[in-house]
Design a binder for this molecule. Structure first.
Ligand SMILES: [Fe+2]
Ligand SMILES: [Fe+2]
Length: 311
C-alpha cells in the first residue's frame, strides 16, 4: 500500500487563491454563480456577506503538520516552561470548549435565522476550531504536557449557550471569546516564547479575525431584533463571562508577567475592542457592564527581573 502523503498544495492564507480566484475577478458570470446566496424568502441575516465569508474561509484552510514546523527545538527555563504549559492548557481548554459549543449551536442558529448560508459558513468555522484544537494539542505535546481538558472552566461554555436566548447569547459570548483569544495570541507572539508557538499563533490569528468578521456581519441585525428582555439577558450573561475571565487572569498575573504578557494591558485591549464592536451595533457605550480591571500587583522590580530571565 502507498504511504500516506502528508504534503498538500500550498494555499495562501492571505487572499482567496487558485485558478478560480483569478477567474472570479474578471468574470461577472462566475461571480454571480458563486457569490449569489441560495434563494431564501425571508433571511434574517445578510446572506450575501455570509456567503462571501464562507468562500474566503474555504480558500484559507491550512494544515498544521505542513504549515508549522513541529520539528523545532523549544528551549525554556523550567519556570517559563511550567507557566507556558499551564497557559496553553487553559487556551486548549477554551478552544476545545468553543468546538463543542459551536457543534451544539450551529443547527440552532441556522434554524433561528433561517439562513442556509449560515450552515455553509458555520461548518467552515467548526472545522477551523477542530484544526485549532488539533494544532494546540500537538503544541502541548511538544511542550511536554499531555493535553488535558480543565473542567473548572467548563462553566464558561455553559453560560454561553443555555437559556431562552441561547443562540444570541452564544454569538455575543463569541464576540468576547474571539477578541480574548486574538489578544492572547497577539501578545504570545510578541512575547516570542518559542518558534513553534510563534508559527502557530500566526495561523490561528488569520482564522480568529475571520471569526470576528462573521460576528460583525450578523450581530447588528441580531441586536436590532432582540427584545428588551433579551438584551437584559445577554447583558447579564456577558457580565458573568467577563467577570470570570477577569478573575482567572488576575490569579495568574505574576506568571503572565514572567513569560512577558501584561495582564492589565491585555484586558484593556479586549474590553476596548468589545466596547467598540457594540457601539458599531448601534447600542450606546454603556450597554455592557464591564467588570473592573484591578491595578497590577506585580512590582516593577519583578517585571524587570522577569523580562531579563525569559530573554
Ligand atoms: Fe479557535
Ligand atoms: Fe474562533
Amino acid at each position: 500500500m502507498d504511504e500516506l502523503d502528508l504534503r498538500t498544495q500550498d494555499i495562501s492564507t492571505q487572499t482567496p487563491s487558485g485558478a478560480s480566484g483569478f477567474l472570479l475577478q474578471s468574470n461577472p458570470e462566475l461571480q454571480k454563480l458563486f457569490f449569489s446566496p441560495t434563494e431564501n424568502e425571508n433571511p434574517k441575516v445578510n446572506e450575501a456577506k455570509i456567503r462571501r465569508l464562507y468562500l474566503q474561509a474555504a480558500s484559507q484552510q491550512w494544515y498544521a503538520p505542513q504549515r508549522i514546523n513541529f520539528d523545532q527545538e523549544i528551549t525554556l527555563d523550567d519556570e517559563s516552561r511550567r507557566i507556558w504549559q499551564k497557559f496553553i492548557t487553559i487556551f486548549y481548554t477554551l478552544e476545545k470548549m468553543g468546538l463543542n459549543v459551536i457543534q451544539n449551536m450551529m443547527v440552532k442558529a441556522v434554524r433561528k435565522y433561517k439562513s442556509e448560508e449560515m450552515a455553509f459558513y458555520l461548518s467552515a468555522q467548526t472545522f477551523d476550531e477542530a484544526r485549532h484544537v488539533f494544532a494546540i494539542e500537538s503544541y502541548l505535546r511538544k511542550l511536554g504536557a499531555p493535553p488535558k481538558y480543565q473542567w473548572r472552566y467548563h462553566v464558561l461554555g455553559q453560560a454561553a449557550s443555555v437559556g431562552a436566548f441561547r443562540v444570541e447569547n452564544w454569538l455575543f459570548s463569541t464576540l468576547f471569546s474571539e477578541n480574548f483569544a486574538s489578544a492572547f495570541i497577539r501578545r504570545a507572539r510578541q512575547a516570542n516564547i518559542d518558534p513553534i508557538g510563534n508559527e502557530l499563533c500566526k495561523y490561528l490569528l488569520v482564522d480568529e479575525s475571520r471569526h470576528l468578521h462573521f460576528l460583525h456581519i450578523v450581530l447588528p441585525d441580531i441586536m436590532d431584533r432582540l427584545s428588551m428582555f433579551g438584551k437584559a439577558y445577554v447583558k447579564a450573561a456577558q457580565y458573568f463571562i467577563m467577570k470570570f475571565s477577569t478573575s482567572v487572569l488576575e490569579a495568574v498575573e505574576k506568571e503572565a508577567t514572567h513569560v512577558g504578557i501584561d495582564r492589565v494591558a491585555m484586558l484593556e485591549e479586549v474590553f476596548e475592542n468589545v466596547e467598540k464592536a457594540y457601539e458599531g451595533f448601534g447600542v450606546s457605550r454603556d450597554f455592557l457592564w464591564f467588570p473592573k480591571i484591578n491595578p497590577s500587583r506585580v512590582s516593577p522590580t519583578h517585571r524587570i527581573l522577569a523580562s531579563e530571565l525569559s530573554h
